[in-house]
Design a protein. Structure first.
Length: 429
């Protein structure tokens, strides 16, 4: 099933012609951004100097930190009046990364989601419950407009109130759901506790965080769905960058809109097909916020070209990150954000250790922090007050609930070299 068969099945040569044309246009477009004008000048790049797709390797990378440095609108290549929506994604030190969209960007984004949903067999007549955050997170509105575009009946249920979500699935005869895989597992467990089943469900779209094939099998068994992996990143519109087809053997990445390279994160050199490395993407159809060679930090590889579904060009599932970013229940968290919060609270020191576990299929983050004796009365109630304060400040900054354990001063490890403050035990459970 195709939404846009001609584009989805373009032959390599035709695809490359489109890519090159769009790459040149993108290089012209980024000249409206001070950061890129300078970068291109330093690297001797003008729109006319790009003759082949390989010439892209002469262009320097763009990193998340560059976008942060441009906060809030430094990367917009169109006047603010042409930006009709803004989303954000969590930053490292309080300020988020801002992403802007023109009218055309929103149309392109909805088109990509429409392709993905059609690819997995959804069509008019399907009832689609979108169980992700509808706020600044790109997952809610991103899927919403793509699903409406292909005529699904959309239930924008957003997050929370799992029992109510289950009732809606039952009462409205929902056939397809979208959420993070960890929330899907929670949903399945609550349905089990309620001793109820979800017979109308047939399709589950899961993404925004890493998940394994064993989790896929569990979800399929518990929810009675066929589960598909959905990859996206706010800086590249949001969800819809790459998606599994019905073969479920790699994710199709929309090459007319995204030029893909896989690099060795240490050297920046491009690696061979089939070799794992960091995904670097140059979006080819973004207006408000075009980017060149954007380092996603996500580890994957290019897969062989042919797929039984008739489309080509896939990447493997994301297996890790090249930086210290953690994805906790779909929310991106950097250890430096935690440090930033702790520095503002006089009752605790700034040494910390983070433990991430998967408990009952949900990510749980525990943070050990040292108490600061000069701000602590020694009373038990005071301990509870400080703990509550740290949990609240962390929740306000990171938008996730954490467990905080207060420990004696001087008991947490000190590091001479690179600090290793995060112990991620999710793979062990
Ligand atoms: O998570 C966009 C999205 C929404 C994707 C809904 C899928 C569904 P960000 O909040 O910017 O955007 O987080 C992007 O999340 O760089 C990956 O590290 C991680 N990530 C996203 N999808 C997957 C996936 C949205 N399927 C960051 N598998 C990315 C593994 C994923 N990691």
């Amino acid at each position: 099933m195709f939404w846009n068969e001609k584009t989805e099945t373009l032959k390599k040569r035709d695809l490359e012609t489109i890519q090159l044309k769009r790459l040149k246009k993108t290089i012209a477009q980024v000249q409206n951004v001070d950061f890129y004008r300078k970068k291109c000048k330093d690297a001797g790049i003008i729109p006319g100097s790009i003759k082949t797709l390989e010439d892209i390797r002469r262009i320097p990378f763009t990193r998340k930190q560059d976008l942060r440095d441009g906060y809030p609108f430094g990367f917009f290549a169109v006047p603010l009046s042409k930006v009709i929506r803004i989303h954000t994604t969590s930053g490292t030190t309080g300020k988020p990364t801002v992403v802007g969209y023109t009218k055309k960007d929103l149309d392109t984004w909805a088109e990509l989601i429409a392709r993905n949903l059609t690819m997995v067999g959804l069509q008019e007549g399907d009832i689609f419950q979108n169980m992700v955050n509808y706020g600044m997170f790109t997952g809610g509105l991103g899927f919403h407009y793509g699903a409406e575009k292909i005529g699904l009946t959309v239930i924008p249920s957003a997050t929370g109130n799992t029992k109510r979500q289950i009732e809606m699935i039952q009462d409205f005869g929902v056939t397809a759901i979208h959420c993070t895989p960890s929330y899907a597992m929670h949903l399945a467990e609550v349905a089990e506790e309620m001793a109820t089943d979800l017979p109308t469900l047939k399709t589950g779209l899961f993404g925004a965080e890493p998940w394994s094939d064993s989790m896929r099998r569990e979800l399929e068994k518990k929810l009675g769905v066929t589960a598909y992996d959905s990859y996206g990143i706010s800086e590249l519109f949001g969800p819809g960058v790459a998606f599994e087809c019905q073969e479920r053997n790699g994710l199709h990445i929309w090459h007319d809109c995204y030029l893909v390279e896989i690099i060795d994160p240490a050297t920046g050199e491009v690696v061979g097909d089939g070799e794992r490395g960091e995904l670097v993407v140059t979006p080819l159809a973004k207006e408000a916020m075009p980017l060149l060679r954007y380092r996603t930090g996500d580890i994957t590889m290019k897969l062989e070209d042919e797929c039984l579904c008739g489309r080509s060009q896939k990447i493997g599932r994301i297996t890790g990150r090249s930086d210290d970013m953690l994805v906790i229940r779909g929310i991106n968290v950097f250890p430096s954000q935690i440090e930033h919060v702790l520095l503002r609270i006089p009752e605790v020191g700034n040494q910390f250790m983070v433990y991430v576990d998967r408990i009952n299929h949900l990510d749980e983050m525990t943070i050990d922090v040292e108490i600061n004796r000069s701000f602590f009365s020694g009373e038990l109630q005071d301990l509870a007050r400080i703990q509550k304060k740290v949990v609240k400040e962390l929740r306000d900054a990171l938008e996730i609930r954490t467990t905080v354990r207060l420990v004696e001063p001087g008991t947490l490890p000190r590091f001479e070299g690179k600090a290793k403050r995060v112990i991620d035990r999710r793979g062990e459970s």
